[in-house]
Design a protein around this ligand. Structure first.
Ligand code: NAD
Length: 331
């Protein structure tokens, strides 16, 4: 009797594998490792025919060199910077992602952060709870009408496009910088393309990166770029931690260069207490206390999206094991 294929789920999803079983149960055995790091999977991965991975575990040469018969590594999520996809290709292993499970939610979160900051909602709530100032709208001054203000997107892919449509619905003037977006995407969405990042920074009332983390986009926004934004503008990052050098944010908030910032993603999550951004955000005497919103990489989250991430990851494994054409291969 031939042995059933094995699908290993490395992290994040442990108990209650009904979703994966529904899709893979007839053709494969499922093993969930619930690991917290790559070293914990090394002794248990060699016989995997397909691997589903999330974000707690990275897959490097240490893992790939042990794989005997693996056909597919599926990164159940959008970013695949935590898997050595080039090396996987050399070993004949497809790497694919699940690119669309949270497109709308991340865009909703970016716009939600923008609205809570630009409308003064967060600042008013934060100050009044601390009994700072008067019970008056004037606590946050000045607030400008959003209609007609420029929303600047870096990276007009899936999430950037969804954010563009939402910002347009609010009446904003949407511009984007994306050297890789094909001509015509601007026309399809009714937004304006700019050719350089500086051109975007000079105009944008709100800057919202939606690009992947690559060597080119690492710290694409930092102290120098924030200085090129109009005084009193806003920065919202729901993309990847490394895209923004957040150490520049506390001073930018203190000087008023940034009126507010929303940060969903950090280079190291969770951050240490002495992280300069986190320390400023927790300090009632720092302007960041009232004007910075921090979330724990949660922009993607909703129950429906979580199910979709798992089921689409499992479907990719099913296609690999049945020899069907694969989707969303990134290597
Ligand atoms: P996508 O691949 O559809 O779009 C990315 C866009 O960025 C592309 O159009 C690409 O051309 C552009 N780009 C690449 N390099 C660029 C550069 N140097 N300058 C400007 N633009 C550049 O990706 P997506 O699905 O829209 O995801 C966007 C980002 O959101 C990714 O970083 C992803 O990891 C992140 N994300 C975050 C969460 C969260 O919970 N916070 C969840 C999902 C995705």
């Amino acid at each position: 009797m031939s042995k059933r294929p094995i699908v290993v789920i490395t992290d994040f999803v442990a108990g209650g594998l009904e979703t994966e079983r529904r899709i893979l149960g007839e053709i494969a055995d499922l093993v969930a490792l619930d690991a917290c790091g790559e070293d914990e999977i090394l002794d248990k991965i060699a016989d995997a025919d397909a691997i589903m991975m999330y974000h707690t575990v990275s897959i490097s040469e240490k893992t790939i060199s042990r794989l005997k018969q693996c056909k597919l590594i599926v990164r159940c999520g959008v970013g695949y910077d935590n898997v050595d996809w080039r090396l996987a290709r050399k070993h004949g292993i497809d790497v694919c992602n699940v690119p669309d499970y949270g497109t709308e939610e991340v865009a909703d979160s970016a716009i939600g952060m923008m609205l809570t900051l630009t409308r003064g909602i967060h600042q008013l709530n934060s100050r009044l709870r601390e009994k700072k100032g008067e019970w008056l709208y004037k606590q946050v001054y000045p607030v400008w009408r959003l209609r007609g203000r420029v929303f600047g997107i870096i990276g007009l892919g899936r999430i950037g496009s969804a954010a563009a449509l939402r910002a347009k619905a609010l009446g904003m003037d949407v511009i984007f910088y994306d050297p890789y977006a094909p001509d015509g995407r601007d026309k399809a969405l009714g937004v304006r393309r700019v050719e350089g990042l500086d051109e975007l920074l000079a105009q944008a009332h709100v800057v919202s990166p939606h690009c992947p983390l690559t060597p080119e986009t690492y710290h694409i926004i930092g102290k120098d770029q924030i200085a090129k934004m109009p005084k009193g503008s806003f920065l919202v990052n729901t993309s990847r931690g490394g895209v923004v050098d957040v150490t520049a944010i506390p001073d930018a908030l203190a000087s008023g260069q940034l009126a507010g910032a929303g940060i969903d993603v950090l280079e190291i999550e969770p951050p240490n207490d002495d992280h300069p951004l986190i320390a400023a955000w927790r300090d009632p005497n720092h302007p960041a206390y009232d004007r910075l919103v921090v979330n724990p990489h949660s922009a993607f989250y909703c129950e429906e999206g979580m199910q979709e991430m798992r089921s689409k990851g499992a479907e990719a494994c099913r296609r690999a094991l049945l020899g069907l054409p694969q989707r969303n291969v990134v290597n």
